[in-house]
Write a protein that binds this ligand. Structure first.
Ligand code: COA
Length: 160
């Protein structure tokens, strides 16, 4: 069984992340989408909120599991018997950071490969902080996130 993990902060999950996930599903028997708990970021949504949003957004995919982790991503991959880490590459600007992480992860554990997937070009400019910012300023993010995330963003930003 070929298992991959798809790690990230997912604050919140966007249609761009789902695009990558759908591509990964075609390549692996199981994909574990997993929220990194030790991110240096200061997230808008709690870990539980992010997990809830992901669970609802990926409910229709049979081969997907939702989880969270602390510590090194390669150690988590080993615990989950995963042979690959899936990452999205949206533009050249992602490349340097992603290559650095991939090579460091390989150095830490040579048995886990990083697999880069490119999202549909309509998502290349999308990221979670842009979505959060638009939502905070009451812009429309309906086309960028799954419906449950859209509702949650509206709720979260209505009092701000
Ligand atoms: N669609 C939309 N947005 C996307 C995207 C896509 N397909 N792919 C990436 N992004 C965006 C995210 O929304 C996020 O945007 P933001 O910064 O505006 O919030 C940004 O790209 C990158 O975020 P993400 O993919 O969530 O990665 P990250 O950099 O937050 O986290 C981890 C990377 C969790 C994988 C990494 O920090 C990690 O492995 N941590 C564990 C500790 C460890 O092992 N460290 C050593 C690594 S060498």
């Amino acid at each position: 069984m070929k298992i991959a993990i798809y790690p990230g902060t997912f604050d919140p999950i966007t249609n761009g992340h789902l695009d990558i996930l759908e591509r990964a599903i075609k390549l692996f028997d199981k994909v574990i989408i997993t929220v990194a708990r030790n991110s240096a970021k200061n997230p808008m949504f709690t870990e539980e909120e992010r997990l809830d949003m992901i669970r609802t957004a990926v409910r229709r995919y049979k081969k997907v599991e939702v989880d969270s982790f602390t510590g090194l991503v390669v150690d988590y991959a080993r615990r989950k018997k995963a042979t690959a880490i899936v990452r999205g590459l949206r533009a050249i600007s992602d490349f340097e950071y992603e290559m650095q992480m991939a090579l460091m992860n390989r150095n830490l554990n040579d048995e886990v490969e990083t697999v880069f997937l490119m999202p549909n070009e309509k998502y290349t400019y999308l990221n979670s902080s842009i979505v959060r910012e638009i939502a905070i300023h009451k812009g429309n993010v309906k086309n960028f996130v799954p419906p449950n995330v859209y509702r949650k963003l509206k709720q979260k930003t209505s009092s701000q």
